[in-house]
Write a protein that binds this ligand. Structure first.
Ligand code: FPP
Length: 234
């Protein structure tokens, strides 16, 4: 592993709708092209040597969008999941989902479970899709599960610390985020990986997600390498 190389890269893929609108097209066209960029960047990240790539694909807040857009995103998710097996096999990618995907339709749930199971022994990059994911929801869910274990006598309150709490998060077996990238010009975290990004370096791009390229990913990594991470120390 190169020095200062980010082990875990997370991306907020923003701007699909604005990109399509700027071209006089429907917002859904932006999501479609955005989904193709997901494939390209996944391959690039694996090739570059990133160990963990986590993509924010659908937030707990995205249900507030017009029904037609939500339905389009669900249909797109189904089509895209159906096409991922070869990509994962050829690039030795392990696939995971974080977020409560049990609310999606049965076919999508089955596809996600199938892909996670088929790729579980792959040793290359781990690709994690955040689906129906929210950072606050994840932390509240962890607290609830931890309380259950206290109630059942499995753990003692005095044993609770950050390392133990982490075991109750979706990302229990992943390192914290090193580099968090957001496209689309906004500079906020939007409820993504709140616990895991406590010391992440942020790199923002004004360009929209459908315009994002492998060169941009390399640029963000180069920027990361130049940053001095002190984790609160000197
Ligand atoms: C943000 O663009 C993007 C999303 C809310 C969804 C991201 C989805 C993809 C990249 C497609 C692949 C994912 C699935 C679920 C198949 P936006 O619509 O917020 O853009 P805007 O800020 O311009 O409105």
């Amino acid at each position: 592993m190169q020095e200062n190389f980010p082990e875990h890269v997370a991306i907020i893929m923003d701007g699909n709708g604005r990109w399509a609108t700027s071209l006089g097209k429907k917002r859904t066209y932006g999501h479609y092209i955005g989904s193709l960029i997901v494939n390209k960047i996944t391959e690039s990240a694996a090739k570059i040597g990133i160990k963990y790539l986590t993509l924010y694909a659908f937030s707990t807040e995205n249900w507030r969008r017009p029904k037609s857009e939500v339905m389009f995103l669900m249909a797109l998710l189904k089509t895209q999941l159906g096409k991922k097996e070869a990509l994962f096999r050829e690039n030795d990618i392990q696939f995971r989902v974080i977020g409560d995907f049990s609310v999606f339709d049965d076919r999508i749930v089955a596809m996600i479970n199938g892909l996670m199971s088929k790729t579980k022994n792959n040793k290359g990059m781990r690709l994690t899709l955040a689906l129906n994911y929210g950072g606050k929801h994840e932390i509240a869910r962890a607290a609830k599960r931890l309380c259950e274990d206290v109630k059942n006598g499995n753990i003692k309150i005095c044993d609770i610390d950050e390392a133990l709490f982490k075991n109750y998060l979706y990302t229990f077996d992943m390192p914290d985020v090193d580099l968090l990238i957001r496209t689309g010009g906004e500079k906020r975290v939007s409820n993504f990986l709140l616990w895991q990004s406590s010391y992440a370096e942020f790199v923002f791009f004004d360009k929209y997600w459908p315009e994002f390229t492998e060169d941009d990913l390399v640029l963000a990594i180069d920027e990361f390498k130049r940053r001095k991470r002190r984790f609160g120390g000197l």
